[in-house]
Design a protein around this ligand. Structure first.
Ligand code: BG6
Length: 483
């Protein structure tokens, strides 16, 4: 693998994301030789850590995520890490940071390449971007920036943030990360759709009755009540992850696999995304909050959550496109905290076809993303010793050994940033469109809240979410496939 010279600056170097995801992923890329001798990482955060302490943290992060490691390798890797205590609003600190980056660039022959990573509370993203620009932190080589979600809180704030970032970075150098795009089975959607004539040719409103996407989580909001209460399931999961999945399922075939062509296909599709009216929001969306149990808090009683909160921990909704291969096909989605189990899956429900056997069950293609990775397709045959149709699933599944080889989404996406491949990142024009949709739903909900009659379904924890979500289907013959 080609060795990429670079100085990486992580804003949020003492944080959970850096510890759980970034450091272990960087270590794997180091082991593979993508970054090796000519790189250094500057971790910044407010805490008064030393270089040595950061290196200990990096080493701990690797031990926590790897069964067996060569201690010398860990030590050598950690020696590339430097810490700077940094207040993101303090101009002086950027001057020091710039100096340190320049020194390290000379020491490691990093060729003026800089990679900035925003891994801290999103409210600081704009401030950091502005300072990067004002204090000229960019280097003389490539300059890239990775921005964690959420990218804005609504369209207006996303536009503002984008303005602040594009003051220093070109669109091509901005990597808006969505870790779902690094997941194995999400990356499998395109090859599954476009390489098999059986699947490719039924991918239309003629054969697909509806598509259902479920991102169910077993956990509640845990220690993130403060953030979550200002966000909710719609912004936290639909605006990014669910919309990325929808786009991959509904986009036309790109002319090739280049990042430009893939984004072009996505953008062409998104022009025809139907933005819901307030009446449609009322009819096609369900929001909910989990109740408590003997051992768990109700959402409204969670720490740092407003006891009168109207923030949803569950949302189900519907969308459609007026162009693309599945133009007009309803796409139903739902996501929520405190479901009965962790499950990310996509069900493509095929239409019934008249047949002499009178077979009436639905035929589906299901993609399981988490916790298992598999695709299964319903196949029908005859029953052995009685009349009727037998239904079996033909399964494409990864073995345990194969699963063990699947890199973590972050490792994959970081690799892509280093090699400058933005295929699996969110382009601004896509993000903008997603926000237009989300804003329409949020605005309608806000009006309901203000009118004093918000419809927020209360659901029992560790089940399937509110039963009201069974009523968003267009026809009585539709229902959730995963129940
Ligand atoms: C994050 C959300 O983006 O995705 C979290 O902020 C959520 O609330 C998480 O728990 C789910 O990711 P995954 O990969 O566990 O499905």
């Amino acid at each position: 693998m080609k060795n990429i010279p670079v100085i990486m600056i992580i804003f949020g170097g003492s944080g959970d994301l850096a510890h759980r995801k970034l450091y272990p992923s960087l270590f794997n890329l180091y082991e593979q030789g993508l970054i090796h001798d000519n790189f250094a990482v500057i971790g910044t955060a407010r805490r008064p850590w030393s270089h040595e302490y950061l290196r200990e943290q990096v080493s701990d992060a690797i031990h926590e995520t790897h069964d067996q490691v060569d201690e010398n390798e860990v030590k050598a890797f950690a020696s590339h890490f430097y810490y700077q205590s940094h207040d993101v609003t303090n101009v002086e600190h950027y001057v020091t940071l710039k100096k340190l980056a320049q020194e390290l660039d000379d020491r490691y022959s990093a060729q003026g390449n800089r990679l900035f990573y925003m891994a801290m509370a999103p409210r600081f993203f704009g401030t950091i971007a502005t300072h990067i620009n004002d204090q000229h932190l960019t280097g003389s080589g490539f300059n890239r920036i990775v921005v964690e979600k959420p990218f804005g809180h609504d369209l207006a704030s996303a536009e503002q943030l984008n303005k602040e970032i594009t003051a220093s970075f070109d669109e091509n150098d901005i990597f808006r990360i969505d870790h779902y795009l690094g997941k194995e089975m999400i990356q499998n959607i395109m090859p599954m759709r476009f390489t098999n004539p059986l699947i490719k040719n039924i991918w239309s409103g003629e054969y697909i009755k509806n598509i259902q996407i479920t991102l169910a989580e077993r956990l509640g909001v845990e220690a993130r009540g403060g953030y979550y209460d200002t966000s909710g399931a719609l912004r936290d999961m639909v605006q990014n992850h669910i919309f990325q999945i929808i786009t991959l399922l509904a986009m036309p075939e790109p002319k090739d696999l280049s990042s430009d062509s893939v984004h072009q296909a996505k953008q062409e599709l998104l022009k025809s995304l139907i933005i819901p009216t307030p009446e449609e929001v009322k009819k096609n969306f369900v929001r909910g909050q989990y109740l408590g149990s003997d051992t768990t808090f109700a959402y409204k009683k969670e720490p740092n959550v407003d006891p009168d909160s109207t923030t949803e921990t569950y949302v189900a909704g519907k969308t459609k496109f007026t162009s693309g291969p599945i133009s007009g096909v309803p796409i139903y989605f739902r996501t929520g905290k405190e479901f009965k189990e962790k499950k990310t899956r996509i069900d493509i429900v095929l239409k019934h076809i008249n047949n002499p056997y009178g077979q009436a069950h639905s035929n589906n293609i299901t993609i399981e993303v988490d916790p298992e990775s598999k695709i299964y397709i319903t196949i029908n045959g005859k029953k052995i010793d009685e009349p009727g149709i037998r239904r079996e699933d033909l399964t494409y599944v990864f073995s345990k050994e194969e699963m063990a080889k699947v890199p973590d989404g972050y490792e994959r996406l970081l690799h892509d940033v280093f090699v400058n491949d933005s295929t699996n990142f969110t382009h601004w024009s896509e993000l903008k469109r997603y926000w237009e949709f989300i804003d329409a739903v949020e605005d309608a909900w806000q009006k309901e809240n203000e009118a004093g009659n918000p419809e927020i379904a209360q659901y029992l924890p560790y089940r399937m979410g509110p039963k009201e979500a069974d009523n968003i289907f267009e026809s009585p013959t539709e229902h959730w496939i995963y129940e």
